[in-house]
Design a protein around this ligand. Structure first.
Ligand code: AMP
Ligand code: GLY
Length: 432
């Protein structure tokens, strides 16, 4: 089977790495890819939302399966484009259509979907651009912390959490009136703050049946001890100690099942991943958001723990055949440490030469923002590498990850030193 992965981040390198291990994969292309994906497949310089060029590539290379990594092509309708084209409609594609991708593309849509289908979620009110005065009045009645969310895609920057009602009032005015996030903030949700521990749950569904992938915890803040501004994610750990059998049963029954039933009931076709971001609030799962894709850097931890042939699962998903598929997950741990360019998530420099990149049997450096220049791997983004270590405990996995990280160098490289420490403490406490 010839396979195309769409995307260029660490998530796509991890997909490429895992897919390449399958006997079912005869040839692998990545569009546009990065220096890491180029080691396991053939990079093709096509942008993720250039559907026409992607379609032509699929026909020219006789591609059987397309795996879409990021949200932008999904929300823009890559599936709809393929389905409308006679030559492309029979190609298997992992990723929902435009309507299903609204679960991520519009926070108002997903909130109403959750409410209609009985999925537990934080209470929220939506305000439109012309309702700025109402929103400001409503804020006066709220108890901090206040959570403001731009309705549309805002590259991970659309959520503002503040202790100050005055600050929230300024922010909501900037979002609704001054279009701080462009069209994405033409609607804004004011949401109840959930106090708990966050968890990312990943489901692969064909719209009717589903398999649950390993869960993971993401580390969103730039600084150790969860300090400083939010980022796309500075690390990930899987499994997550508090997500034991009993908690995951609640997630399955109270969140995943009503979501899948809801999609079917509302005639929203869905073949792809659903990433459920939830909060464990006193042992109860409450959904923060859906994403129509896998998480990054969670994928770089999650995929290393899947023992099953991923291509078999992806092909079954694309064909609507997940009913009899089982997923086998290892009992081991994965810890992913993101190495970023100095200055990220604010301004940073690109083009620094990276040295010390060698994989071992228990650690892999997945490339995120890298490219090849004159046969050297150079930095090409904020998040540069997602270094994953495996082991029989969090400590062992973390030692393997950090040992690999310590060998990798470039000018200004930055990474968090505490990925997994909090879960290690929770695990120790749960064992007592
Ligand atoms: P998002 O961009 O939707 O992933 O949100 C960014 C982050 O904001 C989430 O990962 C949470 O850490 C936090 N967050 C979002 N909504 C809430 C909420 N209702 N209560 C507490 N934290 C939240
Ligand atoms: N790591 C969070 C995300 O992919 O949205």
């Amino acid at each position: 089977m010839k396979i195309l992965i769409v995307g260029n981040g660490g998530r796509e390198h991890a997909f490429a790495w895992k897919i390449r291990q399958s006997q079912l994969c005869s040839q692998l292309f990545i569009a546009p890819g990065n220096a890491g994906t180029g080691l396991v497949g053939e990079n093709v310089a096509i942008a993720v939302d250039d559907f026409e060029a992607l379609g032509k590539l699929c026909l020219a290379k006789d591609i059987h399966l397309v795996v879409v990594g990021p949200e932008v092509p999904l929300v823009k309708g890559i599936r709809d484009y393929f389905e409308a084209h006679p030559g492309l409609k029979n190609i298997g594609l992992v990723g929902p259509g435009k309507l299903g991708a609204q679960l991520e593309g519009s926070k108002d849509f997903s909130k109403q979907f959750m409410i209609r289908n009985g999925v537990p979620t934080a209470k929220a009110r939506t305000f439109h651009a012309h309702e700025s005065a109402e929103a400001i009045n409503y804020l006066s009645t709220c108890t901090p912390p206040i959570v403001l969310k731009a309705d549309g895609l805002a590259a991970g920057k659309g959520v503002i959490i503040t202790e100050s009602i005055d600050e929230a009032k300024v922010s909501i005015k900037e979002m609704l009136e001054d279009k701080k996030f462009g069209a994405a903030s033409s609607k804004v949700l004011i949401e109840e703050f959930l106090d708990g521990i966050e968890l990312s749950v990943f489901v692969l569904t064909d719209g009717e049946h589903y398999v649950v992938l390993p869960e993971a915890k993401d580390y969103k803040r730039i600084g150790d001890g969860d300090t400083g501004p939010n980022t796309g994610g500075m690390g990930a750990v899987s499994p997550v100690a508090f997500a034991d059998k009993a908690f995951m049963k609640k997630v399955d029954e109270q969140v995943i099942q009503p979501t899948i039933v809801g999609l079917k009931k509302e005639a929203i076709p869905y073949k792809g991943f659903i990433f459920i971001g939830l909060m464990n609030v006193h042992g109860e799962p409450i959904v923060i958001e859906y994403n129509a894709r896998m998480g990054d850097p969670e994928t770089e931890a999650v995929l290393t723990r899947i023992e099953s042939d991923l291509v078999g699962l992806l092909a079954a998903c694309a064909k609507g055949n997940l009913e009899n598929q089982k997923i086998s997950i290892g009992n081991d741990y994965a810890v992913t440490v993101v190495m970023a360019s100095g200055g990220y998530p604010n301004d940073f420099e690109k083009g620094k030469v990276i040295s010390g990149l060698t994989d071992s049997t228990n650690a892999w450096a997945f490339h995120a923002g890298t490219k090849l220049k004159d046969n050297q791997v150079i930095t090409n983004g904020g998040r540069v590498l997602a270094v994953t270590g495996k082991g029989n405990s969090i400590s062992e996995a973390s030692e393997n990850a950090y040992s690999a990280v310590s060998k990798i160098k470039w000018e200004g490289a930055y990474y968090r030193k505490d990925i997994g420490q909090d879960l290690k403490r929770i695990e120790t406490k749960l064992k007592q």
